[in-house]
Ligand binder design. Structure first.
Ligand SMILES: [Fe+2]
Ligand SMILES: [Fe+2]
Length: 412
């Protein structure tokens, strides 16, 4: 136990003794957990310090010094891919501050984030570079022939679209796939939903979550198996899905915050938003390497480099794939415009996926390859009704769900 002066008191510290004003009035009792709002009032009440469990000024000073150093390193790291700009929107700065604190913590625990590679020479196009002679449609279609979408999804859709569909008939189809059943049940019982009672069967899940939502989730779970065969030489699929899951979780939470109906489609759109990139990596590795090098040299987002190299980006390739797979148009359009949510043709709700992608790239939870993001337009934050001060709570809540969802989707 030690005495900690008021300037060093922090939220979460536990009082070892009653906290008393100079006039003898007890403000907080022994065992109370300090909250930011109390600490702000201490000086007003004339309190100069408190006895708290396991802390004293000397230790805190040491910790703060360490923290300052790692904060400095982390700030420089985050600014390397997410640079501050003049007159920046407060909410955008809050995202950067959150990322900075997050990396400072990991630096303190000994995990240094890998620095961004620098390129001083412009990259050369690969030999035989096909320029713009390939189309997104050709690339997507060729891939569809090679990759079939899991049958289970179409079977569920068939049952749902049938006039005789019932929760029991949907449950019968889902239950034929034990791994899908297990994952769906884990998902509906996770903190993602936070239902007060455990859901122990698929019919119950359908009754509570709804059949459309459950189809979206079944599709989400099935998606993971589609590109299992892609060689790690082209793309790290685990990191790719981590990024996609993060985008899905963020997009869903942002939509939920604005009370948008059926948020499941945002989770699914997050999972699918970059899927065209897997095809670019595996079908045109030389051109994709060139695009990556170009994005590093010019410090531009990878999708912009893709447009320069191919004449289209991964969203265009993904569009073809999702169309061929009969993914509902509402979800497809969210993916189509995830890099252009302010386009005249874009559905307004693409803003959620765009922002979800920005946050997923900001915290570096997995990656689909991009190292630089386009600046986040405040008009998008206005549309999704994200107020100053909301950013941190969304990010904290999402991170809590992320690990859980990751375990459901990526651990067999
Ligand atoms: Fe993207
Ligand atoms: Fe992305």
């Amino acid at each position: 136990m030690g005495r900690v002066s008021v300037n060093n008191l922090q939220e979460g510290m536990i009082l070892e003794e009653d906290l008393v004003t100079p006039g003898g009035r007890i403000i907080l009792s022994r065992g109370a957990v300090l909250r930011e709002k109390y600490i702000g009032m201490f000086k007003v009440w004339g309190i100069t310090g408190a006895y708290v469990k396991g802390e004293e000024d000397g230790d805190i000073l040491q910790k703060n010094l360490l923290r300052e150093e790692s904060l400095g390193q982390s700030e420089a790291y985050v600014a390397s891919y997410f640079p501050p700009s003049e007159g920046e929107d407060r909410r955008v700065s809050e995202v950067r501050e959150y990322c900075t604190r997050r990396f400072a913590e990991s630096i303190e625990s000994g995990v240094l984030p890998p620095p961004l590679p620098h390129r001083t020479l412009p990259p050369r196009p690969p030999l035989g570079h096909f320029g713009r002679t390939f189309s997104a449609r050709e690339l997507g279609r060729n891939q569809v022939r090679l990759v079939s979408f899991p049958d289970i999804y179409f079977k569920i859709q068939e049952v749902i679209n049938s006039p005789l569909s019932s929760a029991t008939s949907i449950a019968r189809v889902v239950s034929k796939d034990p791994s899908l059943t297990a994952r769906l049940l884990r998902l509906v019982n996770s903190s993602f939903y936070a239902f007060p009672q455990p859901i122990l069967s698929i019919p119950r899940a359908i009754a509570i979550v709804g059949s459309n939502e459950l189809t979206s989730l079944a599709l989400a779970v099935s998606t993971m198996t589609v590109f299992e065969h892609v060689s790690p030489e082209y793309v790290d699929m685990k990191s790719f899905w981590k990024h996609s899951i993060a985008c899905g979780v963020f997009s869903r939470l942002l939509a939920y915050g604005k009370r948008v109906r059926s948020e499941e489609r945002f989770f699914l759109a997050g999972l699918l938003h970059d899927i065209g990139r897997i095809i670019l990596y595996s079908k045109s590795p030389a051109e994709m390497t060139y695009a990556l090098e170009l994005s590093l040299f010019e410090r531009i987002p990878l999708w912009q480099a893709e447009k320069r190299v191919f004449g289209f980006d991964h969203a265009a390739v993904g569009h073809v794939l999702l169309e061929e797979w009969n993914i509902p148009e509402g979800i497809r359009r969210l993916c189509d415009y995830h890099h252009a949510p302010l386009d005249d043709r874009a559905p307004e709700e693409a803003a959620f996926v765009h922002c979800g992608d920005f946050l997923a790239n900001g915290i570096r939870f997995g990656t689909s390859g991009t190292l630089y993001s386009s600046p986040l337009d405040p008009a998008i934050l206005d549309y999704i009704s994200l107020a100053p001060g909301d950013v941190e709570s969304v990010l904290i809540q999402a991170e809590r769900q992320l690990q859980e969802i990751m375990n459901i989707f990526l651990v067999a």
